[in-house]
Write a protein that binds this ligand. Structure first.
Ligand SMILES: Cc1ncc(COP(=O)(O)O)c(C=O)c1O
Length: 397
């Protein structure tokens, strides 16, 4: 059955979508008009009134960030922190753990490069052991292997839900069931899945979740968020504290606040925070199930088209595949494809290097094209993209 997504609305509310074909939503999506207007208006008010006066006036729209995020993730507002990007949000949770020699972190081959750097830093500092759980035959984390790797030394399970360099959706809820039954804290990097598919932290069973604003949520750059389960907040002492995260109670004592805002800074990108709240409400107005169905359908159409082009190899793994479509070709390098598409106002990105290193080394890949679709993209754009690529590649033959 064809998905009845309100595409007319989505395109009417995406100001410049007729000028370009933007298949770089996993890099940074196009902001919808209500989000862009909220951001511009906030900044304009700061220009007119000053930052502190604007913050006082915009209290409600700033608070709305917590309400919207709590609705999105089905959690409490006290469990949410606003942080400037997904990496730092993830860091604030990860570096709150006190590891000791011999502790193990279980992760996935699809793990994001920055996270792997952080594991290695803790491995070098404290002798933590990093265990990459093998994949199953579909290229997603092998749940049975994960279960068999659980022992007393495992102090954290930490995985990327959707990797940066592929359409794989790891089975986050199956991981959550294992983490919960073993009572091991579970950190989910949802940077690429937030805004793209429904995320209910209780259904997933994660204790911490990090996300970014600019990708599938269609918020502004420089925005991100962290969820931490209430029962864990007081056990996690953030690696940095300021006088928003804690209160100085005497010259030699301080008290850390009891909610997830202990992971925040006082100084924040407030225009971005207000606009991210609008972006989340905007996503909720379509519904995350409807968004997911629309994105998956477009990505499936794109994959089917690509399968029909000689020389194209799709590189997405997993049983469930999302809106990130990756491929390489025998005729042109991914960088050459990206540049040539750009000359036609078609935007894709490249996945290479650190971000996907563990997975790509495992699979013998170095660089792939990443075409990431969002619900406001169209079948016509996909047709144009496929024809353009086919012409480009056949001109190389
Ligand atoms: C899986 C994953 N995690 C984390 C990040 C980092 O997000 P940010 O750039 O917002 O810090 C990315 C960025 O592409 C990502 O793909």
């Amino acid at each position: 059955m064809k998905n009845s997504f309100n595409l007319t609305r989505a395109r009417a509310e995406t100001r410049f979508c007729e000028n370009i074909i933007h298949f770089n939503n996993a890099g940074s999506s196009l902001m919808p008009i209500p989000v862009a207007d909220a951001l511009h208006n906030y900044l304009y008010q700061e220009e007119r009134l000053g930052g502190y006066e604007t913050a006082a006036d915009q209290q409600e729209s700033l608070e709305n960030f917590y309400h919207a995020t709590a609705k999105l993730l089905a959690c409490g507002t006290n469990e949410i922190a606003f942080i400037e990007n997904a990496t730092r949000a993830w860091d604030m949770a990860f570096y709150s753990f006190k590891f000791a020699q011999g502790d193990k972190i279980l992760t996935t081959l699809a793990e994001y490069g920055s996270n792997v750097i952080a594991y290695n830093q803790q491995a070098q500092r404290y002798g933590v052991e990093i265990v990459f759980v093998p994949n199953d035959e579909f290229g997603q984390i092998d749940i049975h292997a994960l279960e068999n790797l659980i022992d007393d030394r495992v102090k954290l399970i930490s995985i990327s839900h959707v990797p940066t360099g592929g359409g794989l959706v790891n089975p986050a809820s199956a991981v959550g069931r294992i983490a919960q039954s073993a009572r091991i804290p579970y950190l989910l990097d949802a940077c690429q899945s937030i805004g793209q598919l429904p995320l209910n932290v209780d259904e997933i069973g994660c204790d911490m979740l990090s996300g970014t604003g600019r990708k599938y949520l269609r918020g502004p750059r420089g925005t991100g968020l962290l969820y931490v389960r209430q029962s864990l907040i007081e056990q996690l002492e953030p690696p940095f504290l300021d006088q928003h995260a804690a209160t100085l109670t005497s010259p030699t004592t301080y008290q850390i606040r009891g909610d997830a805002q202990r992971f925040e800074n006082w100084e924040q990108y407030l225009a971005g925070k207000a606009a991210l709240g609008v972006a989340i409400d905007y996503a909720l107005s379509y519904g995350l199930e409807a968004i997911q169905a629309r994105i998956y359908e477009l990505a499936q159409t794109l994959r089917n088209k690509l399968r029909g082009i000689a020389g194209v190899q799709l590189t997405d793994e997993g049983l469930e595949k999302c809106g990130i479509v990756t491929f390489a070709t025998t005729q042109l390098t991914p960088s050459a494809i990206q540049q040539r598409l750009k000359a036609h106002q078609v935007h894709v990105s490249i996945s290479e290097g650190s971000g996907s290193l563990v997975s790509f080394q495992h699979r013998g890949l170095t660089q792939v094209v990443r075409a990431s679709v969002h619900y406001y993209n169209t079948d016509q754009e996909i047709d144009y993209f496929a024809e353009l690529l086919q012409t480009m590649l056949s001109n190389q033959a």
